[in-house]
Design a protein around this ligand. Structure first.
Ligand code: C2E
Ligand code: CA
Ligand code: CA
Length: 571
């Protein structure tokens, strides 16, 4: 029977529209029909009480089950889900010509012995049929998107995956309720998995994930439960007697997953030992996740056990996530400018725009504290646009004062590599502020993969000047340099530490200078703090510098006054 036929049958049998919709898909989720009716009955009534058609709740339940909103930390999925909900409501409203309220429907139309008005029943039939059509279409679309991401690999269907996670959760719950031993949550992921994906391709990345699952299958006993929560994040829940059993398990696992087809894999393991079995499972998972993140930052070991302090960093994250929109709206976000100097000329030749958050009670918050978080939740885009606009306005102010030869560079987060509108946004900002593309430069951090190359080509074609930020801090910088049309190399701060401490560091830098010259690229050294560094740089022919030795980042007004003084211009 098709979903459509099932839904009509249930409706005829007198079930609520919410039950008819959810019931029609119950089998897909391995749900017992009567359980499905029970679940949807309450949701449907609740919705109708508020006035909206119960079909909508039924449909949203189906979407939720199909897309498996299991992991609170998966923000992409959450965003995707929100978009899908809006899409569903829009399409349903359109198909029903705006008639999505049930207030007019007689109450006893609904329910197993419904005896309502014919016109109400017809409306319900129309609504249910529309909903089932939309759902089938959206689920097919969802499957196609997933399949496209995973190409030909034997990936599980969405529904099966959501079921697996539910079953995992159920088994964990049973273990927590029945085990007489202690229980540990071990969450782990693969360090730099995104980079591996970029370098070797997503297909290879997926093979790695299958390989880890295979190894877990071989290693875990019956009472050691595991699941692949999302992407490269895995969870093992196990009972244990002594704490050493946990580390021994992790070591055994680590030995087995360390190497895949000549590629070294490094895992980060976070462990949470359950103290209160009545705590929500999600909270237990969150704690294991916090420990995993702590393990990631530790260079000495790749295992971390949860500590109460970790919660503090979670609170910080929450604070940033919850307050950033307000900070932007209330202009607590400020653009600071750090001058770039020419050693030879001993004068300012440009500046870099750097974001600061001046919070009314917390004071100055530096980008390192919030950029990694907003890069994860996508808010970085708004922040970058904000700073770019500030930089354009600043340049427009300089132009009005007759200064057009002091370009300002802005940072472009790696998130923009996938943002198709950023070039248009930049162009509009430049035009609106009456400045030129030569005045606003773009700093992009070296990353792997084709994305940077593609975006850089497009930007270059549009006439922008591109600076490769943090050169030498990542990997395969040379390849990217050869394949991507950057204009200027910004040497990472680490170079400055090395040139004074080792002869080898200086030698490498000399080669970079000569390479930049041969490639006819500009070169700028960042993090210059001492006279000794300035002298060494002068000696090897690197003229442009940025660093505390000359000036720290400063509020834009302060920089403006310094510029005016240097150029002798009038504001
Ligand atoms: P970055 O682009 O490498 O920026 C240079 C950082 O080095 C700045 O830190 C700057 O204050 C610091 N610095 C400058 N001179 C010296 C020095 O002599 N010694 C040392 N040790 N450090 C120096 P800041 O402002 O805290 O920014 C940190 C990072 O945050 C930036 O690194 C950049 O990756 C990111 N960031 C800052 N503003 C933005 C922004 O508007 N958008 C985006 N996407 N990222 C930003
Ligand atoms: Ca930068
Ligand atoms: Ca940098």
């Amino acid at each position: 029977m098709t979903h459509q036929e099932k839904a009509v049958m249930f409706l005829r049998q007198g079930y609520h529209c919410s039950q008819a919709v959810f019931g029609a898909f119950a089998e897909d989720f391995g749900l017992d029909q009567s359980a499905a009716f029970k679940i949807s009955a309450y949701f449907g009534s609740g919705m109708r009480w508020g006035g909206s058609c119960g079909c909508m709740t039924g449909a949203l339940l189906v979407l939720g089950m199909a897309m498996g909103f299991y992991d609170t930390q998966d923000r992409d999925l959450e965003e995707y889900g929100n978009r899908k909900t809006s899409e569903f409501i829009r399409r349903f409203t359109e198909q029903m010509h705006g008639e999505i309220e049930c207030r007019g429907v007689e109450k006893d139309t609904l329910g197993p012995q419904g005896t309502g008005r014919e016109e109400d029943l017809q409306r319900c039939h129309r609504a249910v049929s529309a909903v089932v059509d939309i759902l089938e279409d959206m689920m097919a679309q969802f499957q196609a998107e997933r399949a496209c991401r995973c190409e030909n690999l034997d990936t599980h269907s969405i529904i099966r995956r959501a079921n697996e996670l539910r079953q995992f959760q159920y088994k964990v719950n049973t273990l927590l309720c029945t085990s007489s031993k202690q229980v540990a949550f071990i969450q782990f992921d693969i360090r730099q998995f995104k980079i591996i994906n970029d370098l070797y391709g997503e297909k290879f990345g997926d093979q790695i994930l299958d390989f880890v699952v295979c190894r877990l299958e071989g290693l875990c006993r019956k009472e050691q439960l595991f699941a692949n929560l999302r992407s490269d994040v895995f969870m093992v829940v196990m009972e244990f007697g002594e704490r050493e059993e946990i580390t021994a398990f992790i070591q055994r696992l680590d030995e087995q997953v360390r190497l895949f087809q000549n590629v070294q894999l490094q895992m980060s393991y976070g462990v949470y030992i359950v103290q209160d079995r009545y705590m929500e499972q999600r909270q237990m998972e969150d704690r294991a996740a916090m420990a995993r993140k702590a393990a990631k930052q530790n260079v000495l070991t790749n295992i971390a056990f949860y500590k109460e302090q970790f919660k503090e960093s979670l609170y910080n994250r929450k604070f940033i996530e919850e307050n950033m929109d307000k900070a932007l709206a209330e202009r607590q976000i400020k653009m600071y400018l750090q001058p770039k100097y020419s050693i030879k000329q001993n004068r300012i030749v440009g500046a870099e725009a750097l974001v600061r958050w001046l919070h009314p009670s917390r004071g100055m918050i530096y980008p390192d504290q919030f950029i990694p978080i907003v890069e994860e939740n996508g808010l970085i885009q708004k922040i970058d646009y904000y700073i770019w606009e500030e930089a354009c306005q600043f340049l427009s102010r300089c132009k009005a004062a007759g200064i057009t030869t002091c370009p300002v560079s802005v940072n472009m987060s790696r998130n923009h590599l996938r943002d198709s509108s950023c070039i248009q946004v930049l162009t509009e900002m430049i035009e609106r502020n009456g400045i030129t593309k030569q005045m606003l430069e773009l700093e992009i951090t070296e990353t792997a993969g084709g994305q940077i190359r593609k975006k850089a080509m497009q930007l270059k074609k549009e006439g922008f000047t591109l600076l490769m930020d943090d050169f030498g801090s990542g990997y395969s910088s040379l390849n990217i340099l050869l394949e991507t049309p950057f204009d200027v190399i910004k040497l990472d701060k680490k170079f400055m530490e090395n040139i004074v401490s080792s002869q080898k560091g200086l030698l490498i830098l000399e080669q970079v200078v000569s390479m930049a010259n041969k490639l006819e690229m500009g070169l700028l050294a960042e993090g210059v703090e001492t006279k000794e560094q300035v002298d060494l740089l002068r000696g090897i022919g690197c003229d442009q510098v940025q660093g505390y030795y000359y000036a720290a980042p400063m509020p834009q007004d302060e920089f403006y006054h310094i510029l005016i003084k240097q150029y002798g211009a009038t504001a």
